[in-house]
Structures are given as C-alpha cells and as structure tokens.
Design a protein around this ligand. Structure first.
Ligand code: GDP
Length: 176
C-alpha cells in the first residue's frame, strides 16, 4: 500500500448560499460529525479546518463559512479570493434558494480563481420525501451545463456530506 504523504495539501474552501440553507450545519457535520436542531445563526465569518484522506494524500480543508454575512454581499469577494473550492448550497425544499445559488455560481465564475472547483449542494435531503421543492433532475441539468459538481445531502442525517468534500478533493489539482 502507498504510504500517506505526511504533508497535508491545503485547500481553501468557501461556503456560499442563501441564509438558512444549512451551510454552517454542513460544516459542523463534516468537521465534528454533529448536528444542532434550531441552530443559532453564527455571526461573523467562521473558519474551521478538517483533514481528509484521499488515496495516499492528506488534504487539509480550510473552510470559510460566510456565516450570516450573506446580507452584506459586498464582503463576499474577500472570502472567495484565492479559494480553490466552493460549496454553493441551496435548500432543496426552497426553489428560491436554488436561484440564489445560481447567482453565486455566476459571480464565482466571473470573479473567483478561474480554476476554482465548485460543488452545488442541495441540502436537507432528509426532507425530500415530504417537502421537496427542487427536483434532482433540474439541479443536475443546471450543474452539468455550468460545469459544477452536484450532490444532494443532509447535514441532519449526515447522508452524502463526506462525499461533498471527497468529490471536491478528487477534482482539485493536488500535485502542487
Ligand atoms: P446557514 O444559515 O446556511 O448556515 O444555515 P444553518 O446551518 O444555520 O441551518 C439553518 C437551519 O436549518 C437550522 O435550524 C438547521 O438546524 C436546519 N438544517 C440545516 N441542515 C439541515 C438538514 O440537512 N435537514 C434539516 N431538516 N434541517 C437542516
């Protein structure tokens, strides 16, 4: 078996999306494997790190959650500047949140690092059977035509949350 490269590869990742879609919850699930019902919104930017093993490499994600700063849209460029990856999240029970996600993707594609790996994530998959408002097909088609990774996940159950980060890690050029 290949020996793990001991020096982690750092990847700056930003989270974007409408308020309350579950950005902080996705990070909390990925980093601490926790979920908080009725979580108080985080004020100010949150910065967390989490390591993730991919083949023989260790990737250290430096995660920037804009946490409640969505309202201050002008602050966004300083979060996504130099980011190698972005998670643009929407709430799959709320079609308007997908429209907001599309606006973020457009902004990233215009203004962020041209090599940025963007994952569109439909969160709250646990509510899909009772309250789905955005079909998988619609979001997948949009992601395909825009060159995005696409996953549906649930921060609440944890389903597919790790996959978001491993899929991103696979697409990032890691030889640098
Ligand atoms: P943010 O503003 O985008 O960071 O969203 P939060 O992480 O603060 O989550 C907003 C609300 O949605 C909170 O009450 C969370 O408990 C809830 N929430 C987050 N993720 C999920 C999920 O996957 N399923 C369900 N059912 N609720 C979620």
């Amino acid at each position: 078996a290949a020996q793990a490269n001991l020096k982690p590869i750092q990847v700056k990742l930003v989270l974007l999306g409408e308020a309350a879609v579950g950005k902080s919850s996705l990070v909390l699930r990925f980093v601490n494997n926790e979920f908080q019902e009725n979580k108080e919104p985080t004020i100010g930017a949150a910065f967390l790190t989490q390591k993730c093993k991919l083949d023989d490499k260790i990737i250290k994600f430096e995660i920037w959650d804009t946490a409640g700063q969505e309202r201050f849209h002008s602050l966004a460029p300083m979060y996504y500047r130099n980011a190698q990856a972005a998670v643009v999240a929407y709430d799959l029970t709320k079609p308007a949140s997908l429209e907001k996600a599309k606006a973020w993707v457009k902004e990233l594609q215009r203004q962020a690092n041209p090599n940025i790996v963007i994952a569109l994530v439909g969160n709250k998959l646990d509510l899909a059977s009772t309250a789905r408002g955005v079909s998988t097909e619609e979001a997948q088609a949009y992601a395909n035509e825009s060159g995005l990774l696409f996953l549906e996940a649930s921060a609440k159950t944890g389903e597919f949350v790790m996959d978001i980060f491993t899929e991103i890690a696979k697409k990032i050029p890691l030889d640098t």
